[in-house]
Design a protein around this ligand. Sequence first.
Ligand code: CA
Length: 228
Amino acid sequence: MNKLSKILIIEDEPQIRKVIRSNFTDQGVKVLESYLGEEGIRIHASDPVELIILDIGLPDISGIEVARRIREWSAVPIIILSASGQERDKIDALDAGADDYLTKPFSMAELQARIRAVTRRLGSSGIEQTFYKFGNIEVDVQSYKVIKAGVEVHLTPKEFAFLLILLKNINKIVTQKFIINSLWGANHEKDTHYLRIIMKNLRSKLEEDPTRPKFLITELGVGYRFVE
Ligand code: CA
């Protein structure tokens, strides 16, 4: 959260803009605003920001379209705001390149937590990470080794690949579609039951209590998230 100096809010509800604006202004962050998608894209193009908070339901074009168009040329972190019941939209927004989402109503504490997760991930990027440690588990990407409490755990290639996708996107939701495309290629989008099976195996191999996972979290109907 520390180094943000300028953000953009694209949101047509003045009340939400106001709450976010005052919260960030208090922290010395410059806040640009738009209630329209097209204008929001133009603002970021002419005066690039470090983070965009983007509503899905906008008066002109949808937030999904905004995310997709910004992603064509910008890697700026995007956090989506959605009304409840817009499950499909959330998935589309993530697939369009948004980094995370929050469902309204949300607290500023929740928003700050998501922003910290997104910016931390970006801060550590640049160098491909080849070693991960969480709890008593170590993952060495180059030698394909997973060690739990000092003992090697055997993962199948698909299990390893699935785990690696989540680790590379630590704290971020990864959609079912993205994982399926990565593991099997396109045209397998209906095969979400394979993901459930692999996830079940990963949990039983890695989690202390597979029925109450600490790291390998299911985001119901959307995808999965590795929580640090
Ligand atoms: Ca709206």
